[in-house]
Structures are given as structure tokens and as C-alpha cells.
Design a protein around this ligand. Structure first.
Ligand code: ZN
Ligand code: ZN
Length: 337
């Protein structure tokens, strides 16, 4: 089968790999839509890799035993490979599993875990079924496109009475705008890239402010009076994390979705105790909420605006160049085009 690989700095191409085989409760899925996510970082770094992609939607084509799925079922492939046994996995918070299966631990039959490929193999419990009528590319947004921010909004309790600040309007932040607007929230976005600022407005953000503008904190205060009810950082930058904390009203809630390994200076008294602020980290959503997220995907008119580009997998070089240009929302790869 065809699979994408990074060959060197800013160079990607297709390679041939053996097709994965089903075994036990692991089923083979023919990938029809593979969203691009953080893989552009490896493309820029030039670290050779044929292990690309963790988001997909497709069709079950082979099973090894009777189980939750049958051949022909349409499914979303959830990111990662939780152990399936621990309390976190069983409760639906499998993304936090401490015994996640790594690439070299995959059973015989080929790894089959990268989603920039024509086939993948996965335990059936990590392959929730797509409702009838939802196309594969829309359903694939139930991974990071809409899933990451959906989980955060469940924690934040975002609803029609919420004013929400979203910092960073990359694909995850733009997905957050879609989720927030679906819930009827008032949305303020902070984003510097004009293409993405425009897209955030098109998706329903009331105001899009420039993080480099020193007047931005005052402008948020002006728009809200007392500060936002909730803030969601999708940028993974310390400056934006600080803005989220400062711009949120007393007794408000802040969630962090953007990955970050830098140090944020936090003063417990002024930042948390006296403001009564709740800070939380959020990676993904509980698997039990899959149906609720599918309702957003099936009914929001904004979904097609969130997907800005589609590429055949054979055009992986052009797809990566689009991804690093930041002139895009969510990009979807088709391994069969
Ligand atoms: Zn587990
Ligand atoms: Zn992702």
C-alpha cells in the first residue's frame, strides 16, 4: 500500500509498505480521509519518518473475529492506542492512558498505525461508527479538528450565556470557534495571521484581535466589561496563556489545549486564589461524548468552511507546503485520489 513519508527537510513522498492484517479485535480500516495535524513540525525539522498522522475516517475492510464491527462499517479512527484495560481507558478518557501502545510494540502484520496511508489497523473499541449521512471528511473532524476543543468546552461548560476568548486560530482554534458558535457562545479570538483571522470571522467570531497589539487586553475588557467568562488557549504560547488568565473575569475558567513545554509564570494568589480562577488542561474528549460531537459535525453549517484544502495523498509534498504556509484551516488527505 501507499504511505506518506518525510525524506528530509521539507521533502515528502509516497513509499510502499505492507498492508496491515487484522488480528484479535484489531480491524483493518481503509482510510478515506486523513486530516493533517502537527506533522508539519517534522516536515520542517527534516527528521525522516514514515510514521505520519493520527487522525482518520474510513471503512472497515477486514476483521479477524466477530466483535463490535463488521466489514463495511464506516468509522472514525481515534488518535493513539490506549491499553483498553485501565480505568482511564474504560471510562472513555483513554487519551490519558499511561500504557499507550508505542509503534515498536505493534503486533505482527505490519505496524499500520500511521494514518497518512491507505490502510490502518486498530482495536475496534477505538473506532466509533459514523452516523449515516456524514461524509468521511466531515467525520474525520471528530479527531483533533473539532475534538480537542470539544473536550475543553465540555470542561469549561461553554453555552449560550458564555463569552469565550480563544487564543490561536490554527486548525484547532478555528475548530474551537465552530464548537463555540454551535453552542451559541459569544466568541473573541486573538490571532496574528491575517488568513486565519479572516477565517475566524467567517466562522462567527465577533472580534478578532492582534496578539502583538498592546491595546488587545484593554479591547477585550472594553468588549466584555468584566472580562471573558472562559478562555481557551489553542496557541501553545506563554504570552497567550498569560492573556487567557488576565482576560478572564473573577470566578471564570481557563483551559489549555495548545501543547507547550515552556514555563508559564503563575502567581497562585493574584492569578488563582483572589480571582477564584479555575485552570485546566485538556487534550481530547471523553469517548462517551462522540455522539454529541457528531451532532455538531452533522448539523453545523460551518464545517465546510473549517476544511479549507483537500489533497490526494500522492500530492503529499504540496499538502505539507500548504500546511506550513499557515494559509489554511484544516487540510484533508485522500489516500485513494
Ligand atoms: Zn489504558
Ligand atoms: Zn491531530
Amino acid at each position: 500500500m501507499k504511505q506518506a513519508a518525510i525524506l528530509s527537510e521539507r521533502r515528502a513522498a509516497l513509499v510502499d509498505r505492507p498492508e496491515p492484517r487484522p488480528h484479535d479485535d484489531w480491524v483493518v480500516v481503509k482510510v478515506h480521509a486523513a486530516p493533517m495535524c502537527t506533522e508539519y513540525k517534522s516536515f520542517l525539522a527534516g527528521a525522516p519518518s514514515d510514521s505520519l498522522g493520527h487522525e482518520a475516517a474510513g471503512e472497515v475492510v477486514a476483521i479477524a473475529q466477530p466483535g463490535r464491527l463488521k466489514v463495511g462499517d464506516r468509522v472514525v479512527a481515534m488518535p493513539l492506542y490506549g491499553c483498553g484495560c485501565c480505568n482511564l481507558c474504560v471510562s472513555g478518557d483513554y487519551i490519558h492512558c499511561e500504557d499507550v501502545l508505542q509503534g515498536n510494540a505493534f503486533p505482527p502484520g505490519g505496524p499500520g498505525h500511521p494514518t497518512y496511508a491507505q490502510y490502518i489497523v486498530k482495536p475496534d473499541w477505538l473506532l466509533p461508527k459514523i452516523p449515516d449521512g456524514a461524509p468521511y471528511d466531515h467525520a474525520a473532524l471528530a479527531c483533533c479538528g473539532l475534538g480537542a476543543s470539544f473536550g475543553a468546552m465540555q470542561l469549561l461548560g461553554v453555552n449560550a450565556f458564555t463569552t469565550l476568548l480563544i487564543t490561536g486560530a490554527g486548525p484547532v482554534g478555528l475548530g474551537a470557534v465552530v464548537n463555540a458558535c454551535f453552542r451559541g457562545a459569544r466568541v473573541i479570538v486573538v490571532e496574528s495571521v491575517p488568513y486565519r483571522a479572516d477565517l475566524a470571522r467567517k466562522l462567527g467570531a465577533e472580534a478578532v484581535l492582534d496578539p502583538a497589539d498592546p491595546a488587545t487586553p484593554a479591547r477585550i475588557r472594553e468588549l466584555t466589561g468584566i472580562g471573558v467568562d472562559c478562555a481557551l488557549d489553542c496557541s501553545g504560547t506563554v504570552a497567550a496563556q498569560r492573556l487567557c488568565i488576565d482576560a478572564t473575569r473573577r470566578k471564570g475558567r481557563v483551559a489549555f489545549v495548545g501543547e507547550c513545554h515552556d514555563d508559564l509564570k503563575l502567581q497562585i494568589s493574584p492569578d488563582m486564589i483572589r480571582k477564584g480562577l479555575t485552570l485546566m488542561g485538556s487534550w481530547h474528549y471523553n469517548l462517551a461524548d462522540f455522539g454529541k460531537l457528531m451532532q455538531v459535525i452533522q448539523t453545523s453549517p460551518l464545517i465546510d468552511h473549517l476544511i479549507t484544502h483537500r489533497f490526494p495523498l500522492s500530492d503529499i509534498q504540496a499538502a505539507f507546503e500548504c500546511s506550513i504556509s499557515r494559509q489554511s484551516g484544516k487540510i484533508i488527505l485522500d489516500p485513494w485520489a
